[in-house]
Design a protein around this ligand. Structure first.
Ligand SMILES: Cc1cc2nc3c(=O)[nH]c(=O)nc-3n(C[C@H](O)[C@H](O)[C@H](O)COP(=O)(O)OP(=O)(O)OC[C@H]3O[C@@H](n4cnc5c(N)ncnc54)[C@H](O)[C@@H]3O)c2cc1C
Length: 463
């Protein structure tokens, strides 16, 4: 048996119940890592099932009231889950989906389980679900971490001040944790699913969505969910765009980003898989490989560190005291422009660049990474108070972005207000928080071309 299949630092024991030898199957509660490959929790569950000589059942609880989620997110997620289920079946593993809160659904799904294994998520709701389930399950609940390259508590045991404090720790650990995830075959696969009369079919996503009591005010976008589509996009990125990443990643007219964030958000692709594809790529621009790993591992895992160690991650209180102080000092400064949430939501400001960014978000579920910083900074500049601006930026990001409601969403918005950044020279409204201007953007890329690109897209999609 491959006992060292998964590094032991990726495993946590969420309760101390003894293994039930009289159960019928081992349960993998899939939640954050919604994929059938490069998934430490899945392979670890197969390993334990083989050791205990039981078949494996994968369970997914489909919460219809996930905070801030709407049809745009559900459509993308369900497309991915449908593919994952088919792939699991090919590997001889059954998957049951139950509509309802996952923490209660898993208790029912584990009725005859010897042991349950869950993947790891860092947001409050994900942690609460796991805590509740650990209390109520009739069997042990173990957790295996697969959504980061370096396990979050191994990377650091406290909230990091910024990328510069986390980077050396991550760099030291990269070699040890950049190890491919080995696939193993389940040895016991006969499992009768008939007792699970609650099982939900995924064969017709549109029909399923029609029946789900979810927010349907935000339409899906033209981006297909699922591991295969994520891998296809990654191949295009590695073969055609990676060499230009370092030079053009701040130019939204150049289209050299990887577009991995929605797939990462729903766990449809493994960050470890992406990282290995990047470092092993045949690329004559090592600075691009470096720059990408900096974003994917250092910046993304700084966001995981932030939401894991800072319980106020979704509020103004998460900001460092220097930025709260300086923004409060300038909160009464005269604002030349003030916009309501509705004006911002409908892209009705005086600033054509900002409007284009917001339109891109509405139409595609994404804003180019560099423009996104400007987008967030301007909300701070045009809102009555910094606290209100924080709330609006998070609301718009999480409502419309396909990669929204992620650790990166909270870290990204907080960054616009000084989190993980340093102080700059003092100016109105922003105080010592970094400022971004339209002139600055114009020096970086042809702003009018980006605006035209979004206009063309809008005509295409609306026409
Ligand atoms: C106001 C604001 C809001 C943001 N909201 C989100 C969000 O909701 N979800 C989200 O995933 N990211 C968010 N980000 C971070 C960043 O903009 C996106 O991760 C990136 O644009 C995703 O596009 P990509 O996958 O093509 O990026 P690429 O440039 O190809 O990067 C590859 C991956 O690296 C990671 N990455 C890149 N930039 C950052 C960054 N600055 N911080 C952390 N990780 C990064 C992402 O996982 C990304 O998928 C936000 C940033 C800001 C300033």
């Amino acid at each position: 048996m491959k006992q060292n299949l998964v590094e032991e630092e990726r495993i946590q024991y969420l309760n101390h119940s003894p293994i039930r030898h009289r159960g019928d199957y081992l349960l993998y509660w899939m939640q954050a890592s919604q994929r059938a490959e490069w998934n430490h929790a899945l392979e670890y569950a197969i390993l334990q099932a083989n050791i205990l000589r039981k078949p494996l059942l994968v369970f997914f609880g489909l919460a219809t009231d996930f905070p801030e989620a709407n049809q745009r997110h559900y459509q993308f997620m369900l497309e991915g889950l449908k593919e994952t289920r088919a792939k699991l079946i090919k590997r001889g593993i059954k998957m049951a989906v139950k509509i309802g809160s996952p923490d209660t659904g898993v208790v029912e799904a584990a009725k005859r389980a010897v042991l349950a294994i869950v993947d790891r998520g860092y947001l409050r709701i994900q942690r609460t679900w796991r805590e509740q389930a650990a209390k109520n399950l009739p069997c042990p609940l173990w957790q295996a971490e697969s959504e980061v390259v370096i396990p979050v508590e191994v990377a650091s045991d406290h909230e990091e001040y910024g990328a510069y404090t986390l980077r050396p720790k991550i760099r030291k650990l990269l070699k040890r944790f950049m190890r491919p995830v080995e696939e193993i075959q389940p040895e016991f696969s006969s499992l009768d699913l008939r007792p699970f009369e609650w099982e939900t079919e995924l064969s017709n996503i549109e029909d399923l969505i029609r029946t789900l009591p979810i927010d349907k005010t935000v339409p899906p976008v033209n981006l297909r969910g699922g591991t295969e589509e994520a891998k296809r996009k990654l191949r295009v990125f590695v073969t055609q765009k990676l060499p230009y990443y370092v030079k053009w990643r701040n130019d939204p007219t150049k289209n050299v980003l990887s577009e991995m964030s929605p797939y990462l958000h729903f766990g449809q692709i493994s960050p470890l898989f992406i990282a290995l594809q990047i470092v092993n790529a045949d690329c004559d621009e090592p600075a691009s490989q470096e720059a990408y790993i900096e974003e994917l591992v250092v910046r993304r895992e700084l966001a995981a560190n932030f939401v894991f160690y800072n319980s106020s991650y979704d509020s103004w209180n998460a900001l460092p005291s220097w930025s709260q102080k300086t923004l409060t000092k300038h909160s009464k400064d005269l604002r030349k422009y003030l916009y309501s949430i509705e004006e911002l939501e409908h892209a009705k400001t005086h600033d054509q660049l900002w409007n284009a960014a917001q339109k891109e978000l509405l139409l595609t579920g994404k804003i180019h990474g560099y423009v996104r910083m400007y987008w967030g900074k301007k909300i701070l500049e045009w809102s009555e108070t910094p606290q209100e601006a924080f709330r609006i930026a998070l609301y718009l990001n999480n409502k419309y972005a396909l990669d929204g409601r992620d650790a990166n969403s909270f870290a990204g918005v907080a960054w616009c207000f000084g989190k993980h950044d340093r102080a700059f020279s003092e100016r109105p409204i922003f105080g010592k928080v970094r400022y971004m201007s339209l002139n600055g953007m114009q020096r970086k890329f042809p702003v009018h071309q980006y605006i035209q690109k979004v206009e063309n897209l809008a005509h295409q999609l609306e026409g």
